[in-house]
Ligand binder design. Sequence first.
Ligand SMILES: C[S@@+](CC[C@H](N)C(=O)[O-])C[C@H]1O[C@@H](n2cnc3c(N)ncnc32)[C@H](O)[C@@H]1O
Length: 194
Amino acid sequence: MKLDKKYWKNRYHDKQTRWDIGFASPPLITYFDQLINYNTKILIPGCGNAYEAEYLFRKGFKNVYILDHVEDVLLNFKKRCPEFPSDNLICDDFFKHTNTFDLIIEQTFFCAIPPEQREEYVQKMAALLSSKGKIVGLLFDTKFNHKGPPFGGRKKEYELLFSNYFTIKTLENCYNSIDPRMGNELFFIFEKQY
Ligand SMILES: C[S@@+](CC[C@H](N)C(=O)[O-])C[C@H]1O[C@@H](n2cnc3c(N)ncnc32)[C@H](O)[C@@H]1O
């Protein structure tokens, strides 16, 4: 199974989008609500319907960028949130994108990437962050018994994977997950080491 742009476009077209919770994820809202610098340059890669971006934007964060390789989701987002600047909608392959951000938000993007590309994901995240920038978000703390995404993982694996480039500031059981993910999700803050 090739998890390319066509695969994801078809998932949206066929409405096979069980990952899509339909609103900004509560643990991320809790994190956003304590941020004080509204100029922070934020990227949400593999954004899908990007409810978190809408939340941030409506709260006053104007330097928010969303990235997905499926154009349709970006067009839908623009319909839902027409005031969001078109220049901040990035239709690109995450692995090919070049720019730098202060903060990157992870929400069911890592679990969509084939496990053999995880090392590349971590390197790319580091490359996309400014000095001491952070990735913040959620990771599954469970293994799945099916082929294809979502791909699960465990805390120990994530520690090993990310610690080459990032300082693990927080990686803990998430207390405010949505019900279907409760007990199977970790909230994390990783800071780039250089
Ligand atoms: C499981 S969905 C999650 C969407 C969104 N984060 C959410 O929580 O609803 C994964 C998303 O990543 C996008 N994606 C997967 N691989 C990508 C890549 N290499 N570059 C850009 N987007 C990618 C897919 O198109 C899809 O929208």
